[in-house]
Write a protein that binds this ligand. Structure first.
Ligand SMILES: [Zn+2]
Ligand SMILES: [Zn+2]
Length: 305
């Protein structure tokens, strides 16, 4: 028997870009987006009885689990609704409304806590992939689900979070979890490109917002196994530039520590990550350098620490 499928959604709920999206043409309001995301979640759950879903939210400086709810919440039985749909609809909508309502005045330049949401999602998936042994040892445990992550992005990359973000990608690779990205606005996100490319996920920019549900069901509903026989959109070109560890800025040419592979935008005398010291002679070969904080170059070419 094949494994069921777990879908983990990550929603970027940052108010500023959502406000911009609701005033763009055609507009996409958060409320309409959530309604379409719910239809998509329900379609995933309807594919198989054992399928499951989790939803995480990222707000400026803070991330949280939106579904399943932390406490047990009673959902009134409605004989016209499949009970799982009812639970998700109620639980998910209630927590999103609660979180957005609780949001205090936000500073505009605080980036959404996508790394926090991604980490929570990966921990949740890790727990699902390693279930506790069944109480009755003669019983075969149910197969752990195949998991994947779908991230809805409305903000540009935050290069400050480059290192923890890459660590998330490596964890996802290890767990064999594909990261799909659905890009709702036009901002540039090279780290998300890399996440999709490195984990075998799909990157889909939504060019026609009125057809969002169609994009979701055509590109993201099939699980990773099935996708081998489908033509799911992938990126033709991936920008592999990295952010330097010293200023967290994206660099075209970087200097890599030969011991720990940390990236710097300028040659340094000592690696700030692993404290390896490099000989000034080696560094001199890089030519006219500005030894950032650790040393300075004299006009005669000698370097002092
Ligand atoms: Zn730098
Ligand atoms: Zn190093």
């Amino acid at each position: 028997m094949s494994s069921p499928s777990h879908l983990s959604l990550i929603l970027d709920l940052t108010p500023v870009p959502w406000d911009a999206l609701s005033h763009s043409t055609p507009p996409l309001r958060l409320k309409d987006f959530l309604a379409q995301a719910l239809v998509f979640i329900n379609a995933h759950l309807a594919l198989r009885n054992e399928n499951s879903v989790s939803v995480f939210g990222a707000l400026p400086g803070r991330s949280m689990i939106l579904y399943p709810p932390a406490g047990s919440t009673q959902v009134e039985a409605d004989e016209n609704t499949f009970h799982v749909f009812g639970q998700v609809d109620e639980g998910f909508m209630r927590s999103v409304e609660q979180e957005v309502e609780d949001l205090q005045e936000v500073e505009e330049d605080v980036p959404p806590a996508l790394v926090g949401a991604l980490t929570k999602s990966l921990c949740y998936i890790n727990r699902l992939s390693n279930p506790p042994p069944p109480s009755n040892p003669s019983e075969a445990p149910p197969p752990p689900p195949h998991s994947r992550i779908l991230l809805f992005s409305v903000s540009p990359d935050a290069s400050v979070a480059y290192i923890p973000f890459m660590n998330c990608i490596f964890s996802a690779q290890k767990l064999k979890v594909a990261i799909d990205v659905c890009k709702l606005d036009e901002s540039e996100v090279i780290f998300l490109h890399q996440a999709c490319h490195l984990t075998g996920g799909a990157f889909v920019p939504i060019t026609q917002r009125e057809a969002l549900l169609q994009y979701l069901s055509m590109c993201f509903l099939s699980e990773t196994e099935t996708r081998k026989t489908l033509a799911v959109p992938t990126l033709d070109k991936v920008d592999f530039r990295a952010a330097c560890f010293c200023h967290k800025e994206i660099v075209d040419i970087g200097y890599v520590c030969s011991v720990c592979l940390s990236i710097f935008c300028q040659p340094v005398l000592e690696c700030s990550t692993c404290r390896t010291k490099f000989s000034p002679d080696t560094l001199l070969r890089f030519g006219n350098m500005n030894l950032n904080g650790h040393a300075h170059t004299h006009s005669n070419g000698t370097v002092t620490a």
